[in-house]
Design a protein around this ligand. Sequence first.
Ligand code: BGC
Length: 650
Amino acid sequence: MKRKQRKLNRIIPLLLSVGAVCSATAAQAACEYSLTSSWPGGYQATVKLTNDGSTDISSWEFGVAFPDATTITNAYSGDISGSGPYTISNSAWNGTIKAGESLSVTLMGAPAGSAATTPELSGDLCSGSTIPGDDNTAPDAKVTVSATKGEAPLEVSFDASASTDPEGDALTYSWNFGDGSTGTGVSPSHTYTKAGTFTAKVTVSDGKLEDTASVTITVTDGSSTGGSEITRVDNPFAGATWYVNPEWAAKAKADGGSAIAGQNTFVWMDRIAAIEGTDSAMGLKAHLDNALAQGADLFTVVIYDLPNRDCRARASNGELTIADGGMDRYKSEYIDPIAAILADPAYKDIRIVTLIELDSLPNLVTNIDVPKCKEAAGEGGYKEGITYALNAFSPLKNVYSYIDAAHSGWLGWDSNFDPAVNLISEVVTGTDASWDSIAGFITNTANYTPTVEPYLQEPYKNVGSQQVRSATFYEWNPYFDEKSYAQEFRKKMIAKGAPSTIGMLIDTSRNGWGGADRPSSVSTSSDLDTYVDESRIDRRLHRGNWCNQPGGIGYKPYANPYPGIDAFVWAKPPGESDGISESDYQQDPDDPAKQYDSMCDPDSMNSEPHTTATGAMDNAPHAGRWFSAGFKVLLDNAYPSLDAATGKPE
Ligand code: BGC
């Protein structure tokens, strides 16, 4: 059967001379379906709705009928109903399509067979816009490469654009690079990180029929040259010139933060599109080029796009899911392109610090009862993704990876601490380079737990004949602050076989807890809860509160603050929201998977336990967006003073 996308002439309602309006049901819009990517077990497509009439459309829906059992599991900028055929209708916020304007709906799902088929679009809005045709012949696949030989890491650009289809049908391309990773698109790049001979194969499909073409790539061991002439230092932060993200600095400056605008903050690669960058945000290469221009030799980046991301919460849900083939996309469209950029010899003198996937492994320790986390604990889940990322980065000798270790208020209990150390060390030792694939671990990323609780240094001391750690606020957890937790975490990892060069980072961007309510001495009460509440600098209502807390800017980024701690860092750029506060919200167009989480709503109770409020600041935007009012609170509550020359602790 031939599939052709052809537009029929649609009947345009005419004002007839007799004064009647033609009421024939007609397509009101040109509806164009196009497959944007496909991978084993999944596809993504867009339907572009163009209102080519002269009146505005105020609400819309259209039917989608596939010729087979292809499913639609997610729609962005549209709501799904039905189960094949499906109906896609406007979301609450995008019912209007002005005359002459268009909007696009993204559909994702799983093809019934090996390749995604093209559906028929129906309904008053679209009928007749796209129809399936009748006869078809297979395309002819062709591939060329930028190199067939070279030393690891070897970046190869593939090109299948010489492929043709006798009917001129739109073609999709899926790639198997022969080293366990896959890709999509007409001309992907892939970096081979290991020596070997690989057969790379492209499958070209016209939606019905396929053809393949292959090429052999020989990769030799690059250990005597290139990136590995560089020897890793023990602590990449020591003695370095830290990069300043100009985009963050400009926002901080504009909102009264001149005193901190020159500090390093991490750049977040929080979705595939962030790698290339957009009109409003620089991509990874642009940042690295800018680092060279600044004369910086330390660049810090967060790797944050695992499938089923943020499995326990909702505010930072990501674009990939395990069920939709997200692991393949994570490898080929996210980690591979990042590794290829980091491997560029132009950046070999920059120490590149990567923070690997915060919250992921800790969620597998404590939240396995949540279905999305349980799924993330299995095949194609977090462990596989992190292993892949570390294997891609560890051959790059100027890259220093740190794995997320949550924070004391999450993993500090004995019942969580050792299982976390076991799980994380297992993942690390399962990588190609074992312990050499990481420089260490980071605690408190995007959290608010104090670096030090100056007046509560003895968790096992008795007050009113009870241990301090048994106070309501600490719930028997003996780790009150990040310094004690991070140092113990490191010790436990060394006991697991980590080298003594392993170092810890603490995110101090928002854990300063200064301001009027900060205690200045230890309490004299003999009632334990009063004693703890009057002594702690952590002013949260509950230690589990993580969203937009009125903390304060903490220690400035600083190398070697304490034994075993490589640096204080600002992983979460202060001023960027943790999540939207309103339940009745509009989707973030760049990041449509992000949702409302009641932990970000000041009118909600903490989800667990249900006895305290969330303490979140109100009127906050989506996670990652600039939250001006929140930033000002962080400045007001800074501790130590913003004028402190460095982050050297007292
Ligand atoms: C968001 C990311 C953002 C990051 C830094 C996370 O909570 O999900 O999109 O880049 O915070 O602000």
